[in-house]
Write a protein that binds this ligand. Structure first.
Ligand SMILES: [Zn+2]
Length: 137
């Protein structure tokens, strides 16, 4: 039986349990992961790694929020929804084009983040170098 889930609650765990219940977002801070059953009711497990370049979890007090949206383009159901304040907000199904765009956006986001980690030190060195050079000119 397929039943769309409209609400999800946050359950903090150390280890993600083997059997998951629908309507629960299992979060393991230790392992930096959130796992839940796909909200369309297909029974697929959806894992979202948590981190600055991954998903951001917010405990709003009235339920969890996850950013960005959950786009399960790798699942047959291709569900796409938002988890916002414990509510599942459906974004409709992904078209092939949206899937490609979604993937690209995700790669871009990761890329921007990792670049931003590397760049500041290089930038500071470069500034220092220019400053030193200007002293001797
Ligand atoms: Zn599904």
């Amino acid at each position: 039986m397929k039943a769309k889930i409209a609400k999800i609650k946050l359950v903090r765990v150390h280890y993600i349990p083997k059997t998951l219940e629908p309507g629960i977002l299992y979060v393991s801070e230790e392992f930096g992961a959130a796992v839940h059953l796909c909200a369309c009711g297909c029974g697929s497990k959806v894992s979202t790694p948590l981190g600055p370049a991954e998903w951001a979890l917010e405990d709003t007090g009235c339920g969890p929020s996850l950013r960005p949206s959950i786009g399960s383009w790798q699942l047959p159901c291709k569900s796409h929804y938002f988890i916002n304040g414990g509510l599942i907000l459906w974004a409709g199904q992904w078209s092939e084009e949206q899937i490609t765009l979604g993937r690209q956006a995700e790669e871009k986001r990761r890329c921007i983040y990792y670049n931003s980690l590397e760049r500041p030190s290089a930038g500071v060195l470069q500034k220092l170098w220019h400053w030193l050079k200007s002293l001797f000119q």
